[in-house]
Design a protein around this ligand. Structure first.
Ligand code: PNS
Length: 162
C-alpha cells in the first residue's frame, strides 16, 4: 500500500491543486492532502479554514484524506507511513525551487521519493496568490477555484454578489 502526500499551503485550494490531487489518486493507493502549519508565508485563510475548504472539495474523491502538519514534512511522512510526496510543476521557475526541496527532503530521509506531476494545461497560469489578487480587486475567480472557495473569498474581501 503506497500512501502519497500532497503537501502545500493551499491558501486557498485552487482547481490546479485539485487537478494534481485527482491525478495522484489514479497513481497511488491512498492520498493525503496536508497543509503546512508553520509556513513562512502570511496566509489569508487560517489553517482551519483551509482544512475545511479542502475537506469539502476532496469529499467526493475516493481514498483521499486531509490533514495538517507541523515541522518537517519528512517527519510527518515517517510518522504516517507515507513514502511519496507529490508536487505539481507549472513553469521552469517552479522547478528550481521544487528540485531543491525534493533533494533536501531526500537528504533528510532517502526512503521518501518526490514525484512531480506537470500541472494540467488549463491551470498552468494559476496560483493561490494570483487568485487572491483577482478576488481582492473584485475580479471573477469562477473556473479557477471551487465554488466554496469563491464564496469564502467573497466573504474575506466582503464582496457581495448581486
Ligand atoms: O504550497 P507551497 O507553499 O509551495 O508549499 C510548500 C510546502 C508547505 C510543501 C513546503 O514549504 C514544506 O514542505 N514545508 C514544511 C517544512 C519542511 O519540511 N521544509 C523542508 C523542505 S526542504
Amino acid at each position: 500500500m503506497t500512501l502519497a502526500l500532497v503537501p502545500g499551503s493551499f491558501d486557498p485550494v485552487t482547481n490546479g491543486h485539485l487537478d494534481i490531487i485527482q491525478r495522484a489518486v489514479e497513481l497511488f493507493d491512498e492520498v493525503r492532502v496536508v497543509v503546512a502549519r508553520n509556513s513562512s508565508k502570511t496566509p489569508l485563510f487560517t489553517v482551519e479554514e483551509r482544512l475545511e475548504m479542502l475537506r469539502e472539495v476532496c469529499a467526493p474523491l475516493p481514498r483521499v484524506t486531509v490533514d495538517s502538519f507541523e515541522g518537517l514534512l519528512v517527519n510527518y511522512a515517517l510518522k504516517c507511513g507515507a513514502t511519496v510526496i507529490v508536487k505539481g510543476l507549472r513553469f521552469v521557475s517552479d522547478f528550481e525551487y521544487e528540485l531543491q526541496m525534493a533533494l533536501m527532503n531526500r537528504r533528510l530521509n532517502n526512503a521518501i521519493e518526490t514525484v512531480f506531476l506537470p500541472t494540467g494545461a488549463p491551470y498552468s497560469d494559476l496560483s493561490s496568490s494570483i487568485v487572491k489578487e483577482i478576488a481582492r480587486l473584485g475580479g471573477s475567480v469562477e473556473g479557477l477555484v471551487p465554488e466554496i472557495v469563491q464564496q469564502r473569498l467573497r466573504e474575506k474581501y466582503s464582496i457581495h454578489s448581486t
